[in-house]
Design a protein around this ligand. Structure first.
Ligand code: ATP
Length: 271
């Protein structure tokens, strides 16, 4: 699959962190809120899905897809909303949100209450890999969204989601292994993981964790006719991640240039 279009729009979202793009103040903006294990991200699009602005904050208010710090989460969402309103000069009213696949109704409602507590009406709740497919437009294959604490996957056949699953593994596990290996604190391990200068060494240390993640994916897709794996989520930013997965499972694996912002963008597209 050619990711040129995907890479273009995702790079626009990236730019919209630093720069507010022009928009028609008379038409309502589309908002996507991604309440993640590692980051809370809010993406603003215009009615034609053009990125307008984006704000994010590192956060530890969600664990394994569940809200563990309700007040902290609400405060962060409110802060991001206020920053965006200041940048845009108008109030933000409605948003779409996403949860890992398999999140129960009660836990999904908690995500909703967090966002509504911050002053946004939630008009749609999606599962994360399905949200990502609004961007990727995959017709056949599996989308695997590897975030901070969760790995969600959606198998798509002829454009329809036919299977979803969620596992409690993600980038946090990579960082814990790095912290143990280098005998450093978690926060420092996070920095090492994201440092392009150390990518070769990092990949060597975390390879067994990625192989384990690949075996989890393999188990889920075993009963389906899947011939391509599409990786999204911040953890897949690690260079060479896709090669380890491809080698382990033996199925062609690809990712966009920046897999990190695909799901938040897809959430906003579903607003
Ligand atoms: P979840 O989906 O599990 O609730 P999340 O939405 O916070 O979590 P993402 O924002 O997709 O997940 O990804 C966050 C993870 O991606 C973190 O573990 C972070 O360390 C990792 N990450 C971000 N950038 C990079 C990078 N350049 N290299 C490696 N890992 C990265």
């Amino acid at each position: 699959m050619d990711f040129t279009q995907v890479d273009h729009i995702v790079s626009q979202v990236e730019k919209s962190i630093y720069e507010t793009f022009p928009f028609d103040p008379k038409s309502e903006l589309l908002i996507g809120v991604d309440l993640g294990t590692a980051y809370v991200v809010m993406v603003v699009l215009d009615q034609k899905n053009n990125p307008i602005a984006c704000e994010m904050e590192f956060a530890q208010v969600v664990k394994d897809g569940l809200v563990v710090d309700y007040i902290g989460a609400t405060q962060i969402v409110r802060r991001l909303k206020e920053k965006l309103e200041q940048r845009l000069g108008q109030s933000l009213l409605r948003a779409a949100i996403a949860v890992p696949p398999g999140t129960g109704a009660k836990d999904s409602q908690t995500h909703r209450y967090v966002v509504e507590g911050a002053g946004l009406e939630v008009i749609s709740i999606l599962d994360e890999p399905t949200a990502a497919n609004a961007v990727l437009q995959v017709n056949n294959g599996v989308i695997v969204d590897i975030g901070g604490g969760t790995t969600g996957l959606s198998i798509i056949k002829n454009g329809e989601v036919i299977y979803t699953a969620d596992e409690a593994t993600g980038g946090t596990h990579l960082s814990l292994v790095l912290a143990g290996n280098y005998r450093v604190k978690f926060e420092e391990a996070e920095n090492i993981k994201k440092d392009p200068a150390q990518k070769k060494e990092v990949l060597a240390v975390v390879r067994p964790v990625i192989q384990k993640m690949a075996s989890i994916i393999e188990t889920h897709i075993a009963d389906f006719d899947v011939d391509r794996i599409y990786l999204v989520g911040g953890t897949c930013c690690l260079e060479g991640f896709e090669d380890v997965v491809e080698k382990e499972i033996g199925i062609a694996t690809q990712k966009p240039h920046n897999p990190f912002l695909v799901t938040p963008l897809g959430i906003a597209m579903n607003c």
